[in-house]
Design a protein around this ligand. Structure first.
Ligand code: B12
Ligand code: SF4
Ligand code: SF4
Length: 303
């Protein structure tokens, strides 16, 4: 077994279903990122603007970096947002179990250590929060294509995928890009209730995305968004629920983390909770991201 195959087998043994290796990004895509932040599409997520230089060049993150390894873990679950009962809020699938950052970070760190020992290299592992465009690298490594809804989509797994990345100085043979399978479909564009999708460039205007407002924003949510927020208490899955590539993947549940289902949660129960009760119950959940204040704000808009 050669070294690349050893790494692949190791990552698969940890439960990652899709794995690929990418070179640095084409300038076309790093320029696209700069255009996006400079146009204000990152809304109040100021860290994204601050990451511009690092996102443009992996050597700014790790001197001597040669390869980005992307590992995708699938998740799935039944139901769709139309099946939510009155009085309940909906949590997007990616967040409806233990926080995936906590689960995946130890696994990708093990892979980074393995690369370091096999190649005498230096590697850094990230899950979501690093200064790296995980979807763009995933597309570049052939894991799938960037859909019109901006998601990384794979023919077998759809877009219900958590992505993790490893930047490494190891020179590991790179994989090749795959083709786009959106065709003439426009279901996500038609379904997004707030017109957040920037059609031509396959990116999102965060100022219009429900997921930005109910997870990331700290202040009050504008009427033109909150009017369309129900039933989403945390995140929004609409542009993925309508995607034909997710029809079959929803029935799969091969993640080693179990099978997150689309959760519904009682709004009055949440409203009754004290800050301390909330923090203790949801400390390992993505619900802690908007904090108690953010969740109370979301509940009051949904009730
Ligand atoms: C900031 C952020 C958000 C923001 C902004 C979203 C956005 N679309 O940019 C908000 C809070 C709104 C958000 C929402 C969601 N997010 Co988010 N988010 C991120 C984060 C941290 C950075 C994304 C970013 O840099 N955006 C800026 C834009 C410009 O970059 P980009 O989307 O990567 O786009 C690049 C590529 O698409 C590329 N590109 C376009 N076409 C092509 C073609 C080729 C060939 C190539 C190579 C590149 C390429 O060009 C762009 C610029 O480089 C990433 C993690 C990470 N570090 O990457 C997670 C991430 C993108 N989010 C994720 C998820 C799950 C979600 C939600 C589904 C959560 C939910 N259910 O509510 C929604 C989905 C909204 C949507 N349709 O995109 C997953 C996506 C997994 C996947 N299968 O794609 C990620 C990767 C987290 C993870 N580690 O798993 N998110
Ligand atoms: S997550 Fe929701 S609001 Fe954001 S682009 Fe998708 S459908 Fe639109
Ligand atoms: S709904 Fe259609 S256009 Fe949108 S991402 Fe899926 S296949 Fe592409």
């Amino acid at each position: 077994m050669d070294k690349k195959e050893t790494i692949l087998k190791f990552a698969q043994s940890l439960g990652f279903s899709l794995i690929g290796f990418s070179s640095s990004l084409d300038k076309k895509y790093t320029d696209l990122y700069s255009w996006w932040v400079q146009s204000g599409f990152s809304a109040g997520m100021f860290y994204l603007k601050a990451q511009e230089e690092k996102r443009a060049n992996i050597e700014e993150v790790l001197p001597g970096a040669k390869t980005v390894m992307i590992c995708a873990m699938p998740f799935a679950g039944g139901g769709d947002s139309s099946s939510i009962e009155a009085g309940y809020g909906s949590i997007a699938r990616y967040a409806s179990d233990r926080d995936y950052h906590l689960e995946l970070k130890p696994l990708v760190t093990k892979i980074a250590d393995k690369i370091d020992s096999l190649y005498s290299a230096k590697s850094i592992a990230y899950v979501d929060t690093g200064p790296i465009s995980e979807r763009a690298y995933a597309a570049n490594a052939g894991l799938g294509w960037i859909g019109k809804n901006a998601m990384l989509i794979n023919k077998d797994w759809g877009s219900w995928l958590w992505l993790s990345s490893i930047i490494t100085t190891a020179e590991i043979p790179h994989d090749t890009i795959t083709t786009d399978h959106c065709g003439k479909c426009r279901k996500c564009l038609d379904a997004c209730p707030t017109n957040a999708i920037l059609d031509e460039v396959r990116m999102i205007d965060s100022n219009r995305c429900i997921s930005y407002w109910n997870i990331e924003s700290k202040g009050s949510i504008p009427r033109e968004i909150s009017d369309h927020m129900s039933p989403w208490l945390l995140g929004c899955d609409i542009c993925q629920e309508v995607c034909p590539w997710n029809e079959h993947s929803l029935k799969k549940s091969r993640s080693v983390l179990g099978s997150p289902k689309k959760e519904q949660i009682s709004l009055s129960e949440l409203q009754k909770m004290t800050k301390e009760e909330f923090q203790s119950k949801y400390k390992d959940s993505a619900l802690s991201r908007p904090r108690w204040q953010g969740i109370q704000r979301n509940v009051s808009l949904l009730k």
